[in-house]
Design a protein around this ligand. Structure first.
Ligand code: FUC
Length: 774
């Protein structure tokens, strides 16, 4: 092992000497058109999305805009709710949780339809919706051969190629990071061979027409109150070489052309943008760029993010196989294709870059890709795991700017959530619950069992982590009031539980899990679920640390310091050696429930560690063994992170194998038995939910690098199968950029870059050393 004291320049020189591994290109590819949406290839530029299916004579391309939401702003707070809170708490203190739950359901939920039980397209909550479908009917033979459909990650370009009737056709698609339009270029190796018609469709609320040589799809969604909500438009134009373009009232037709470029310009009136003007000016600007110049702009802008990290794991497999085939092989034996793990990791980074952008919205449950009007669970921001997991890779995988849209959403919720704190507790500060939308919804859900957990504390974890990674104190000063006011809410609302006198939240739930009371009733509502105890402790710690960093003195912050001594410990171990999920050891109707909320302290929080709290780590291990390795897609992904933090790389890889279990079904399934990964490498809850992709990506990073315990740990959870490899550009807390090269399970070279050259402890091959940063 050799450690380098280096500055960035010296590192660049030395890194050139890093060995390169034979590895498959970072491409997803297939030998046939997609037969269902979960096989189509996602393109996105943080706002607009396209998913082409590569059909031979008829191609369908699902179009998306991340801002396209039905519904509208509403105040769903029940301002009478606070009148019930004392009674709910009294019942909880008396152990009458079932009665407390009945009262929560009666008086302590949202007003109105809430999320519409996950079907909120036509209520004020609304839902994220597909924009529509672009269809291209090609007038050529359908007996194609030499077919290849591909997504190239480093260029963010998809292609379809095949041969029919002696002519080779080539299609190239991207959602430009340059001009913010979708682009599809069609060519053939024989002149005048392009002959096709283009139409647009949407299942509802759509008007389709042509205007001059432009095809348009436009409409307005429901505002959820019987009125007009968000407006949208998609415009299609074709530039062509040779041939003849004709237009009828619903389609564009091109005959006998040599080359055609389709431009797709989409906009909504989200945040009062003029969708008509915006889509038109984007279109006009894009049409002025030469195709190659636009492609270059796109690749450069995308590459600025994507190229920051590389990962190669020595791969014995040299076979160049289609991705669906690789997925099947990986599930049989992950060691047979280490390259697929690297591809999956980079795909997660690709999906982050494509599904969000600073200044806009964070990725929702499906990122920005949806083919339905009523998306599952409204394609919303679920805040009891999902939206958080969507952001687990962004810091460590060197995409810190992509945390910003989520942080902006949190700022909105912190503003709106002041009303919720007043309505439900008559308390100062702010709170939000487990569902949110683009309209600033902060009230609880419609039902206690899933809708009564507060999310404000967990969201503050993201505000703080962004600071830890970036060390940006100006940013910290800006978000400090949000952290403090979240803590103020908990400080004012927690009650003393009778057995130990600990301060606990009440009412609350351990996300979506339930227990059996002595009377046999299945119940969810409790005081002090373990996850809340961990989150509140973490929040108070972080407020104190932030105040110290910013040199802020405030008697309220001293009070939080005193409260810390009265919080429950982060972990209580039950009689069977597991981490307790609640204050009581209840009987569990679903011991393998998909949520593993009581291990929040293991990941994302840093409370449980094999080094510093080995008994708690043992209890966490036992918990996971009983919970089982299976689960919905995101549940499997979370378990990779847990096993990585427990420093068991082989078990982490085993869960990665399970996350990559080939899946096809798209019906909602909560049992966990059918979680896995679709042929296009989208995560299957099922249905498609992007959190599992992001959790899996974060999990792979966490196997290679950890930095939550006050030092940088290189290869903390390396599986035996990944014995040799190299990663460059991962980020550690403290704003360090880390490159690691390893061979036969041992670090043989590493570099740490830091703009400030602050010394840091590094654990390398079992030895703690100090990186001096000179
Ligand atoms: C939570 C999870 C479900 C699903 C939904 C979107 O309710 O418990 O598994 O992921 O969010």
């Amino acid at each position: 092992m050799m450690s380098f004291k280096s500055n960035v320049l010296c590192c660049l020189v030395v890194l050139c000497s890093f060995m390169a591994f034979a590895q498959q290109p970072l491409q997803l590819w297939y030998t046939a058109p997609a037969t269902q949406w979960e096989e189509t290839l996602p393109l996105g530029n943080g706002r607009l999305g396209m998913m082409p299916d590569g059909g031979i004579t008829q191609e369908k391309i699902v179009l998306n805009d991340i801002t396209l939401w039905s519904g509208s702003s509403q105040d769903a707070n029940n301002y009478e709710a606070h009148k019930s809170v004392k009674e709910i708490q009294r019942l909880l203190l008396a152990g009458r949780n079932d009665e407390a739950e009945a009262l929560v359901n009666a008086n302590f939920v949202c007003t109105g339809a809430g999320s519409g039980h996950g079907n909120g397209a036509n209520v004020p909550f609304g839902c994220f919706q597909t924009l529509g479908e672009l269809q291209i009917d090609y007038h050529h033979a359908d007996d194609a051969h030499a077919y290849r459909r591909q997504l190239d990650l480093p260029s963010a370009i998809a292609t379809t190629q095949f041969e029919t009737n002696g002519i080779r056709y080539h299609r190239e698609y991207f959602t430009s990071f340059g001009s913010d339009v979708g682009i599809i270029r069609l060519t053939a190796d024989k002149r005048r061979s392009l002959d096709f018609s283009v139409t647009l469709t949407r299942d509802e609320r759509a008007k389709i027409k042509t205007e001059g040589q432009e095809l348009q799809l436009s409409g307005a969604l429901s505002d959820g109150r019987g009125g007009i909500g968000m407006r949208y438009i998609a415009r299609i134009r074709i530039q062509h070489q040779g041939g003849k373009l004709t237009v009828d009232d619903r389609a564009l037709h091109l005959a006998g052309a040599d080359e055609a470029i389709l431009y797709v310009s989409i906009a909504t009136d989200f945040r009062n943008t003029s969708h008509l003007t915006r889509s038109q000016s984007l279109m006009e600007a894009a049409l002025k760029h030469a195709y190659q110049a636009e492609k270059q702009l796109h690749q450069t802008a995308f590459g600025k993010f994507f190229n920051r990290v590389s990962l190669e794991i020595d791969d014995k497999s040299t076979a160049d196989l289609p991705t669906d085939e690789r997925l099947r092989r990986f599930y049989e034996r992950p060691a047979a294709d280490n390259g697929l793990a690297a591809l999956y990791f980079q795909y997660g980074r690709y999906l982050s870059i494509c599904s969000t952008r600073p200044g806009l919205l964070p990725p929702n449950l499906q990122g920005l890709w949806a083919h339905q009007i009523q998306t599952p669970w409204n394609g919303d921001y679920h805040l009891n795991i999902n939206a958080q997991m969507n952001h687990w890779p962004v810091e460590v995988a060197n995409l810190s700017e992509l945390h910003e849209p989520f942080i902006e959403l949190i700022k909105t919720l912190a503003q709106e959530g002041k009303k919720t704190a007043k309505a439900y507790y008559n308390a100062p500060g702010w709170v939000c619950y487990m569902i949110a939308n683009v309209w600033g919804y902060t009230a609880p859900g419609e039902e206690a069992s899933w809708g009564a957990s507060t999310a404000s504390g967990w969201l503050c974890n993201h505000l703080w982590e962004h600071y830890l990674f970036t060390q940006d104190t100006a940013y910290l000063a800006e978000v400090f009031p949000i952290l403090r006011e979240a803590a103020r809410f908990y400080h004012h609302t927690m009650i003393k539980e009778p057995r130990h006198g600990w301060l606990v939240t009440a009412p609350s739930v351990s996300p979506e899990n339930s227990f059996l009371m002595a009377n046999g009733k299945r119940t969810s509502v409790v005081m002090g679920p373990t996850i809340d105890n961990q989150i509140v402790r973490e929040l108070y710690n972080n407020v104190l640390a932030a105040a110290e960093q910013l040199n802020i003195r405030d008697p309220f912050i001293d009070t939080l310091g005193m409260d810390l001594a009265h919080l429950p410990p982060p972990v209580q171990i039950g009689s069977d050696g597991r981490v307790m999920e609640w204050l009581e050891e209840y009987r569990e109707p679903e011991p393998q429930h998909r949520h593993v909320s009581h291990l929040y302290g293991l990941y994302p929080a840093p409370f449980i560690s094999p080094q510093t709290t080995p008994e708690w780590a043992d209890a966490a291990r036992k918990t996971l063994q009983v919970r089982g390795d299976a689960g919905t897609g995101w549940s499997r992904a979370w378990k990779i992170l847990f096993w990585a933090r427990l420093q068991d790389g082989n078990h982490a890889l085993e869960i990665l194998r399970q996350l990559l279990q080939p899946a096809l079904g798209s019906e909602i399934n909560m049992s966990g038995g059918s979680g896995g990964t679709y042929p296009n490498l989208f995560c299957a809850h099922p249905p498609f939910q992007i959190d599992g992709n992001f959790g899996g990506t974060a999990g792979i990073a966490e196997m290679l690098l950890q930095s939550h315990a006050g030092f940088i740990h290189l290869l903390p959870a390396l599986p035996d199968a990944w014995s040799t490899g190299e990663v460059k550009g991962l980020k550690a807390r403290g704003n360090y950029t880390v490159d690691i090269k390893w061979k036969d399970g041992t670090v043989v070279d590493y570099h740490i870059h830091s703009p400030t050259n602050k010394p840091v402890n590094v654990l390398v091959n079992g030895t703690m050393t100090v990186y001096n940063g000179e």
